[in-house]
Design a protein around this ligand. Structure first.
Ligand SMILES: Nc1ncnc2c1ncn2[C@@H]1O[C@H](COP(=O)(O)OP(=O)(O)OP(=O)(O)O)[C@@H](O)[C@H]1O
Ligand SMILES: [Mg+2]
Length: 253
């Protein structure tokens, strides 16, 4: 059965796009049919992480009414010849984002577009990268999620947004929530911090993702999963996939 998986964080720069890209690649490597959609129209990233993708149309073009959503999905160039891995970029030119914001659009189109992608591409997983905070695209991506992956860093700034994230997730009816803490300096989380995080997010911690200097060294040229398949961070990504697949995650009730 297909599922929609949304990666979100309250604050920017937490690692949503890199996590979404690596999860998508791991899922595709495991033979799943995956589409990765960049719903971050303000600060898109996925077209940079998969630069070879020959996308002539984008999510923005679809929302403006210039194309069908499936016209914006192109096979993602992973350099490893994955079949069944598609990328939908947020936009293909800078002005399009402003045009969309200026004109406005019917938010219902987003949800329709997600469903249509699942059908036309026969997807196992539709993976949505989001803009930080809670704009229209992000809230729609969260509301449509079968699984919501919430990324946070273990610091007070990120923790401050936890309450808002959790209460919105509850209101939207997001039943399955995976909490993952990213950029943990030496890969281990003191017990006190773990408890603080689990209390703040009212959910069990699915994965502790270590800070990986190798990722900075790659400078976005390659994904960590491709360059360092045995890295502990990749093991963390696999844990998230395992939790999503088993459906063992969830907000505490
Ligand atoms: N575990 C990690 N270890 C080291 N660097 C990381 C890790 N996760 C992400 N990064 C780096 O942190 C930076 C921000 O990551 P990314 O762009 O994925 O965050 P984001 O949440 O999508 O940001 P934005 O809110 O701007 O969309 C990138 O340079 C990325 O390579
Ligand atoms: Mg991003």
């Amino acid at each position: 059965m297909s599922q929609i998986v949304t990666v979100h964080s309250y604050r920017g720069g937490t690692g949503k796009s890199s996590t979404a890209a690596n999860l998508a690649l791991l899922l595709a490597s495991a033979g799943r049919r995956v589409a990765l959609v960049d719903t971050d129209i303000h600060t898109p990233a996925l077209h940079v992480l998969f630069p070879g993708a020959p996308a002539h149309r984008s999510l923005t073009d679809y929302l403006i009414g210039r194309c069908e959503i499936e016209d914006a999905a192109a096979p993602a160039d992973t350099g490893q010849g994955h079949d069944g891995f598609f990328l939908v970029p947020a936009r293909t030119r800078t002005g399009a984002g402003n045009e969309l914001m200026g004109r406005g659009y019917d938010v219902g189109l987003l949800r329709e577009g997600f469903d249509r992608l699942i059908d036309t591409l026969a997807l196992d997983v539709l993976l949505l990268d989001t803009h930080a905070g809670f704009n229209n695209e992000t809230v729609t991506a969260m509301a449509g999620a079968d699984s919501l992956i919430v990324l946070t860093r273990a610091d007070r700034l990120d923790l401050a947004g936890a309450q808002e994230t959790v209460s919105l997730a509850r209101r939207l009816g997001c039943g399955r929530l995976s909490l993952a803490v990213n950029m943990v300096p030496d890969g281990t989380l003191p017990d006190r911090l773990r408890t603080d995080l689990e209390t703040a997010y009212d959910a069990p911690l699915t994965a502790v993702l270590p800070y990986a200097p190798q990722m900075a060294a790659l400078a976005g040229e390659r994904l960590l999963t491709t360059a360092y398949p045995h890295h502990p961070l990749v093991a963390g990504y696999r844990r998230i996939i395992g939790a999503i697949s088993r459906g063992t995650t969830g907000l505490r009730r």
